[in-house]
Ligand binder design. Sequence first.
Ligand code: PRT
Ligand code: ZN
Length: 210
Amino acid sequence: MKTLKIAIQKSGRLNEKSVELLKNCGLNFENYKSSLISPVSNFPLEILFLRDDDIPEYVQDGIADLGIVGENVIQETEVEVSYLQKLGFGKCSLKIAVPNNNTIDDLQQLNGRSIATTYPVILGKFLKEKGITSDIRTISGSVEISPGLGLSDAICDLVSTGGTLKSNGLKPFADVMSSEAVLIGRKGSENEDLVQELIQRIQSVLRAKE
Ligand code: PRT
Ligand code: ZN
């Protein structure tokens, strides 16, 4: 029989909840921090532990049949995958934020301004839809310190509690997208019996939580 592969985050904000969800589905596997692949002893499934950024492409290319990753990462990588199930954790929003003392109060005022982000694809599409031309500065992290350093007028980053914005003297200004962890599959994988079986187990775990 075929063995499915599911890719989940190795460490980070989605790791623990992803492992918990799979365990609650009755899947038995070891969760060693050092291993990159863990076989499931009671279901034809292997778990791949990866950086979240790599998960959408692994699934698109069929190296993994399934993946658990934030919608923000899927949209940013522009892959062709099937959305199978929203999972209800890892909730956050991608927001544009500006310094507290800034008088920008209308999206159009972002015209000609610079915005630092690690999400240039999603931000670029959002601004284009609104007819705004800003200078998108792609950086790889610590986005929230960039206005204070004079590197940009605004930022576009993920927000959950809002604490990080606050402690960096920034205020949310516009919502770009909301996101949560989702189960994705290789295109067409949803027609396979094993994938259906797993989706059904996940859905009953989610229903039991309601
Ligand atoms: O190592 P790897 O590449 O796998 O992980 P990562 O460091 O890229 O991602 P990680 O673990 O930080 O986040 C994984 C996913 O969790 C994200 O892609 C989102 O889908 C989701 N998520 C939910 C968040 C947040 N909430 C969140 N608050 N991801 C990041 N943040 C950061 C945000 O960037 C900012 O720095 O937390 C800070 C803001 O948090 P608050 O609570 O102060 O608003
Ligand atoms: Zn990442």
